[in-house]
Write a protein that binds this ligand. Sequence first.
Ligand code: AOF
Ligand code: ZN
Length: 361
Amino acid sequence: MELAKRGRGWTNPNPVVGAVIMKDGRIIGEGYHARFGGLHAERNAIASLRESARGAAMYVTLEPCCHYGKTPPCTEAILEQGIGRVVIGSRDPNPKVAGKGAALLREAGVEVEEDFLRKECDQLNPVFFHYITKGTPYVVMKYAMTLDGKIATCTGASKWITGEKARERVHCLRHQYMGIMAGIGTVLADDPLLNVRLEGKKSPVRIICDSRLRLPKDSRICRTAREYPTIVAHAAGNQETAACLEELGIRVVAVPDGAGRVDLKKLMEFLGRQGLDSILLEGGGELNESALQAGIVQEVKVFVAPKIFGGSGAKTPVTGKGVALPGEARLFSLEAMSQVGEDLLLEYRAREEEQGCLPES
Ligand code: AOF
Ligand code: ZN
């Protein structure tokens, strides 16, 4: 699992996978999937061998593939090496694999154990499981708030809520997901770049929801559109403005919902078709509410800063209409909590997602 994590951000839309080969209680080989299109974890582990793996055991976080994709089947390499036992963490919901990898190995006489640390292994790839089965990006709503639930002061100032460590963590998250999405309100208020400013990490595709195409030509998003791929989704923007933005290198798409706003479900289908497996949603409140209402949010990550702003007009993470009764609330399950510098990071999965995305055991 630790090996698998090294591939984070580089393998999308493929999973992160780690593999270890054991013989006589010793690790004789290890590898991970390092980048999209590259060798799979199993083959990298085999490539690292300095001795024969005949009769050895392979521990792998995901069921080995048995299909010809960008690389030949891993099951073939495992059999060639004479590996006698394969211990598998996650099952692979990819229809091309889905149990066929494990079955093929068994039929060839390999001892196969499945569901080993399955829950922990599954947690490595929520994005892959969602995208391979649904075809739409896995959406992570992220925000930072004070103890009293504010994302800005009453004057609108928001720099900064959390400390440096938490802000650095956000940049790591941006590297991990293929897209980053914000509403025009946030862009007009903060003029953000929405890129990654860390050595050796990559930036996501920027997606701006801008119903009426109000994105200013001199915004930092527009000025950097040739450097960082940018998509602007609108509902009722005029042709001329759209053409202007396109000239700056921005991809402009019309996804109207019939009520003058962007249809987020349709936008997710479009982005999925473009190959985007994951999106970090960085609000603000209006877009967050619309995203929740559209049912496109799979995960929520909240940074809580040890401060209080107060102010009845100060912005909160989710605005819009909201629900009328507590019983109508959207429900989430706590997945993890950790301290990042002086701030707290709370990570939640949407309840529907929890039931819907993982393959049956
Ligand atoms: C990976 N890395 O380590 C393993 C994967 O297009 P390909 O040939 O790279 O195959 C991608 C599929 O292979 C992927 O959807 C998953 O089902 C399976 N296993 N993929 O990218 C790996 N073991
Ligand atoms: Zn493979």
